[in-house]
Every structure is written in C-alpha cells, then in structure tokens.
Design a protein around this ligand. Sequence first.
Ligand code: BT5
Length: 245
Amino acid sequence: MLNMRKYIYFDEISSTNDYIKENYNNLFDLDIVVAKHQTKGRGRLSRDWFDNSNSILLSMLIKPERDILIQLIPLVASAAVYKFLKKYVEDVKIKWPNDLLLNGKKIAGILVEAKYLTKLEYVVIGIGINLNDERFVSEIENKATSLFKVTKQKYDSTEMYEGLSDALRNEYMLFCNNQSDFLSVNRLNSAVINKDVLLEVDNKLKNVKVLDILDDGTILVNIDSQNKSFSSGEITLNKNYIEKE
Ligand code: BT5
C-alpha cells in the first residue's frame, strides 16, 4: 500500500542503504530515505560512493508481496533515473546494469541489495546522483560529472529529491503492474549495445561486442565468437570511463 510519507531525511548518515537494512522492520513498502551527506556511502562490491553534500543520496525500500525477478530491479531503477534526468539534460545514456552517463561520464549509480530468509524479505534500491558538484575527489575527477557541470545551473535539492522519489515509485509500481517500459528505455538509451567493450569475466578482461539486453535483464554479448548472456559484470567503455582503478 502506498503510504503518504514523502521521505525520511538525514543531514548526515553512514549510508541510506544501510539505514533501511537496519530498520526495515519499522519501515513501510516504498518508504524513501534521503541524506545530504553519507560518511560510508557504498557502491557495489564494497566500493566507495563519494559525495560532497551536493548530490542526491536516496534509498527506497521494497517489501514485495510476491517474488520478483530481482535482477530486473536495477533496470527498473535505471529507467526511473533516466526519465528523471531527461527533464534537465539531453544526452543521458544507461550503462548496463546500474550507471547513468552524461557525455560519457558517470552522473549516477544504483546499488540494489536484497535479503532472503524463507522468501524475499526486502529489496533496497540506492541511488546517488551528482547534482550541484563543481568538482570531485581525485579518485573520480576524470570520470564523474554532475548536472551542474553540464548545465551550469544549480538545483534545489528538495525539489530534486521529491522528483526522483516520484519517478522511482512510479516506475516500480508500473513494473508491478507489468506496465513499465523499463526494458525498452534501457535498450533504446544504452551506452553499450552495439559497442565493442571490455567485460570482466572471472577476473579477466575480455573484448566483447554487446548485442542486446534480454527480457530477464541479462546482457547478451558476442564473446570468443559465441553469443552468451551475463547477469552481472563490469563493462569498461573507453578511456573516459575506466572502472578499474
Ligand atoms: C554504484 O556502484 O555506482 C552504486 C552507487 C550507489 C550510491 C547510492 S547513494 C545512496 C545509497 N547509499 C549508499 O551507500 N549507496 C547508495 P559501482 O558501480 O560499484 O560504482 C562505484 C564506483 O563509482 C567507485 O569505485 C568510483 O569509481 C565511482 N564513483 C564513486 N563515487 C562517485 C560519484 N559520486 N560519481 C561518479 N562516480 C563515482
């Protein structure tokens, strides 16, 4: 059931994903937690998510009534972030499975985490979007961008939190009703389909050509002259976007 709470706000928190994971028993389906700053912001595989108190840091809790295909959730979130960003900028691309790029640089990342006991207990969708950042820490300065850097405008963070919350809840509810166009949004605006890229497979970088994103959320690539699909993996696009430090 959709409750009317807009979101739970913190000036500072370790990580909005961690807050939801620690408190999910006391939270409702579609509750959203936002923070101005995270002291332990995380990406996938324990990587850091950096912020200068200038970005959107937001997580949404899903308490599913029935099982959902979890590997589709990053793509549902990507479609929501894509639609949200397109209100402000043109050249938004989705780098499967969880990055949003502007002019080839990363403007947003998505971290989906889930807990299973006897069934799927919850899913947390965490989203970081660089908003008013004028510069970044040295680790990411060559590969990150913000809405400010591209449009030279500053954005009201409350308005942006609310806009992203609406976009995310809306996309997820459409997904639950089988009405979401998230797969076609991911395909049509993909940064990787029809590109020769590097894909990390078993800790090795392989040259592959990306052919498609399949209906189950996996990526179909041509690798060693064979077509294979992968459910997760790191893709490196070009010298502007080097995922491995
Ligand atoms: C992600 O991981 O891109 C997921 C990021 C999710 C962050 C949100 S913020 C709200 C919620 N609470 C959390 O604690 N996390 C979520 P991944 O694909 O693993 O990418 C991580 C990599 O992105 C890092 O290793 C850096 O190279 C790069 N990176 C870190 N901070 C960045 C930033 N602000 N902008 C662009 N790139 C960044």
